[in-house]
Design a protein around this ligand. Structure first.
Ligand code: ADP
Ligand code: MG
Length: 394
């Protein structure tokens, strides 16, 4: 199932290793607000330290667009990583060149250093081969642990692998294994839950899982578009007008498909999308005029729960309501609870749903949470991700 070489397939002791991590975390007042992504890279970093590698970490942070931006320097990340590792992580202000080379050359086994924000270099996002070459120059190996950035063909995610042998980090390997399993060896029955805002963002993933899954449960803004395509009007609800044809095709397909498509049978609606605003629960045919569907109702939750209880595997992408505005996070929370209580193996992907589960403190109920947003969707679509393709095959 895993076709790429990892850190256990190469000699690590005394080797100079460039490690691409995804430390693109939210900052607040110059400090790290959420260190989930830093903690996700710890297994690889610790394994490399223990094996006696000489490590330089590189990541992007924010969108500096090829310019040095003081507020996007990597110093707070180095500081936070140092706290997590219980030892200081020196940070240098360069990405490539003499300062990096000089530093790497005086390192001892097990030392690590953090390089500057790789997107301060305008060549990074262009995947400039000359830049990739000098980025690789001081090192013996490249380890890519930045799954969340693997769908980008940039110098530090893909280009650098043309110059030094490249392998997957432990997080990258785990992501590949878990996400591949959903596609290639899913538990049966396989239930896929899709939510979030747009059909257009996810139509290829929906199609892929529609061919593969036993049940497809849909909620969120995306369900509005499907319900409208199925003939309901849904008042002033968010939907994508230009996706109605695609949505209607999917609804029609579901009549012949082996996969059962389940749309909400009741919706939480409001005229005023604010915290604790006045709301009611209606079946789709009763949503009229200025009312907006902003969450799934409890009847839908019960229906989803029944399907989840009978599933061996649940794959979930996208929140089922406007979770940012309570109580419209309830459908998402209830379904997470149903997954937690079921025996099904659960895999979750997608930036906003992961944030919602964190906020609801339900993340630990899920068996595997992908660190990718766009990368996870592209992986499930079946696209080849440049950051994975570039790694050495087994
Ligand atoms: P993910 O990042 O998990 O893949 P998306 O980016 O597709 O999810 O969608 C997340 C957004 O969808 C959230 O901002 C949420 O408010 C919105 N959303 C969910 N349900 C609805 C709805 N019924 N109407 C409007 N927006 C919704
Ligand atoms: Mg999102």
């Amino acid at each position: 199932m895993n076709r790429k070489q990892g850190i256990n397939d190469i000699e690590l002791k005394g080797k100079k290793i460039l490690v691409r991590v995804d430390f693109n975390v939210p900052l607040e007042g110059g400090a790290v607000r959420d260190d989930t992504r830093i903690r996700a890279a710890l297994p690889t970093i610790n394994a490399l330290i223990e094996a006696g590698a000489r490590i330089a970490l590189v990541s992007h942070l924010g969108r500096p667009k090829g310019e040095v931006k003081a507020e996007l320097k990597m110093d707070p990340l180095a500081k936070r990583l140092g706290e997590l590792l219980n030892k200081p992580v020196p940070k240098i202000d360069s990405i490539v060149g003499e300062e990096v080379e000089a530093r790497v050359n005086v390192m001892s086994d097990g030392d690590l250093v953090m390089l500057e924000n790789v997107r301060f270099a305008k060549e990074e996002e262009k995947n400039d081969p000359d830049f990739a070459r000098i980025l690789a120059k001081p090192f013996d190996f490249f380890v890519n642990d930045a799954f969340g950035t693997a769908h980008r063909a940039h110098a530090s995610t893909a280009g650098v692998a043309a110059f030094i042998p490249a392998v997957a980090g432990l997080l990258m390997q785990k992501e590949i294994e878990e996400l591949t399993r959903c596609l290639e060896e899913p538990g049966r029955p396989l239930t896929v839950i899709m939510g979030g805002a747009k059909v257009s963002d996810k139509i290829r993933v929906i199609h892929r899982f529609f061919d593969l899954a036993d049940n497809l449960l849909v909620g969120g803004g995306m369900a509005n578009t499907l319900l409208i395509a199925a003939g309901y009007s849904l008042g002033a609800s968010f939907h994508e007008e230009e996706q109605l044809t695609v949505a209607a095709e999917l609804v029609a397909e579901s009549k012949k498909s082996r996969c059962r498509l389940v749309l909400p049978s009741d919706l939480v609606v409001t005229e005023d999308l604010r915290k604790n605003s006045l709301n009611k629960v209606l079946p789709p045919e009763a949503v009229k005029e200025s009312w907006k569907a902003v969450d799934i109702g409890l009847e839908t939750v019960a229906m989803f729960r029944k399907v989840i209880e009978q599933s061996a595997m649940v794959v979930w992408n996208g929140p089922l309501g406007v979770f940012e505005v309570p109580p419209y996070d309830r459908g998402t929370a209830e379904v997470a609870g149903a997954i937690a209580e079921s025996a099904a193996y659960s895999v979750v992907g997608g930036g906003d749903l992961v944030a919602a589960l964190e906020k609801l403190k339900l993340s630990d109920k899920i068996n595997f949470i992908s660190t990718g947003g766009g990368a996870t969707l592209e992986f499930w679509e079946g696209k080849e991700l440049p950051g994975i393709v570039a790694l050495m095959d087994k």
